[in-house]
Design a protein. Sequence first.
Length: 445
Amino acid sequence: MQTHSLPNTHSPAVRTALGAYGMVWRILSPLLRHNKRLSEGWDQRWLKSPLPRADLWLQAASAGEAYLAREIVGTLTPPAAVRVLVTTNTRQGLDILSRPPSNHQASSPGISISARYFPFDHPAHMTSAIATVRPRLVGLLETELWPGLLAACRATKTPALMINGRINPSSLRGYRVWPALWRTVAPDRILAISPGDAGRFGRLFPDTPISVMQNIKFDQWAQQVGKTDGTPLSRYFTSDPLLAVFGSIRQEEENAVQQMVVRIHSRKPGAVIAIFPRHMSRLERWRNYLKRQNFPWCDRSRLDGNVPPGHIILWDTFGELRDAYKLAATAFVGGSLAPLGGQNFLEPLGCGVVPVIGPSWYNFAWVGEQIFMDKLVYRTTGWKSAADTMVRSLSNPVSRTDILKRVRQYAGRHTGGTRQACRVIESYLQKPGGDNAGRLKKRKG
């Protein structure tokens, strides 16, 4: 592996910190080689397989950020041909980036795209990566603060832009252990998703221009709102089923959800209850529970004809949760009764059902409090209040059409983040092309 040393552009203290950071990567390398997830794409991660040249380098940590990268690339309208490199840390992210674009994500004909694994963040290693790619801009999505990459950008005068940026208070405390390092390798500009995130970034990077943008995830969600037709599950239900869906139930909250099921079944005995465990490995425990309770139940894979009122369906097949939401009168979204941060409650909302969640939803804090104030999501304090809320929804169902009308209005007030980010990216790409990394390569050659 050929690497370049970092130029002498940092203070001795910062160079010492980066040197120690690089030493940690060297020490960990043998362990990383035996990690099943990280060993995949090993040659790309250590630059034994060189990265391609690109004008724009986007770093997307995993699946969620990969979807954001697809939105950005599909929205870019550069004035001239642009080569885009998108890197990711995971196989799931790489699979998403390698898929053909959907209609709304089809990129400009002048954009060529490459997807690779993200190189390990050894500082000198990252300097080699920048010298090879020679980007005019590096874009970091959401939380991708890599000191090696940022130091290489700073040393080569390659602009670094944080897009859809977020940083929680706990992460900020960790970063501020060494504030001088982060001030030295700061991005050139930050687009944060909320005033709170902007304020936290400001404490870490006091000299960096920071502005607030709409979250790109709202753009993604808005495209799915109202797509409620054509579910193959309708053949198992009446035209207006009294269906209660429990989506993405996590192991840590199973006992609480089981009490919810008992409460709903006793108060609305005609309702059909569908249980979707988040992980299929939990199916057998659920089967044993339903047998002990003597509930009328069956696995989804054994459905044949209409589901009788009062039955419980244990979903043992993949990929049908959204279809179930399209038929539901009420839906509880898991990961929220235990301190797990919650699963995606926007998915059922986009299908026209007001979801019920527990008190834990920090994974979706970017959505903001207004969605609860508008009564588009019911946030509850525990399993009893969640079950009672679902019973009320079953007793007095709200028109799906009315819900979707309100959801479209809400989504419309929060979209536009992708276009905001693309305008900033395009402003960098329109600047006269300077080959900063190339100058470094010549100096080191």
